[in-house]
Design a protein around this ligand. Sequence first.
Ligand code: KG4
Ligand code: ZN
Length: 331
Amino acid sequence: MSSIILGIETSCDDTAAAVLIDGKLHANVVAQQLEHESHGGVIPELASRAHVQRIIPVVEEALSQANIDKKQLTAIAYTQGPGLLGSLLVGNAFAKSLALALELPLIAVHHMHAHLLVHFIDDAFPTPSFPFLGLTVSGGHTQLVRVDDTNSFVIFGETKDDAVGEAFDKTGKMLGLPYPAGPVLDKLAKMGTPRFSFGKPEVEGLNFSFSGLKTSVLYFLRKQEEQDKEFINKNLHDLCASIQHDIVSILIDKVTKAIDQTGLNQLVLGGGVSANSGLRESLSNLDVSLFLPPLPYTTDNAAMIAITGYLKFKAGLTDSLASESKARMNS
Ligand code: KG4
Ligand code: ZN
């Protein structure tokens, strides 16, 4: 019998639903919330309200694209956390209600696991085998993990302060770029030369730190602007290239160390920042089998929730209707 999984993702500012039939993706709908752009960052209250407005049309659209009636569904997978609590609660309440009404199993999915397990969607792209080294780089997280199984993630290192996506967004904001600045900074960096340097943090083990770089960029810009008010405009491309170069080299240093220390020979990337062209290029020079997600699967989406739900479902891992949203989650 076919297993038809509905995946629902509402952890931050994207309302998303996907339908996966026997591991193959049949619909992947994402409604991005543009209302945050003018605020320079995600406003949690606005995000939850927008999820409430969009969740039903987004799910209906996904079912219609997959040509599936909700009565044909086998299970409902939703993002349990980590993320913004108000946003998570919308997906949780919707998924539970649907599971209750249709008498279907509910599967609670860890958002960061899903960013890596998206690579298991059938036919979409090459699939790694367990165990592998995972690098998750998003707006809220930066982690190096060993993935032994669908449900077994061991964190080797993580950021001690800002996430790498925040480093892109906050330094981009200093340059006057719109939110989220990461993709714009990436584009502008391609036209520049990394001729400025903002230093490298000293962080123990496989952990990361990005707040020092952010402060260093801030003081550097202040100093330069005292002498020339137009400094940013005149050097925008080189500034973007330099910031991107320094952020990527912080990541590459720790990834190289992790490959050496663990002996794992497959590196799997996930999360919004895995769209970054500089990071993708630098990682491709490492001596490891590299699994990069295609661009539509880098930023938040429900396909990754549906595939993780499918893998958990096949392993007999379902959750009760009492399962709760969690803003913070460990491995
Ligand atoms: O995974 P994601 O969609 O949401 C979270 O779970 O946080 O990641 C969003 C982050 C934002 O910080 C955004 O600026 C960053 O991913 N991002 C990029 C690029 N595309 C998205 N950062 C650098 N270069 C990109 N091309
Ligand atoms: Zn994410």
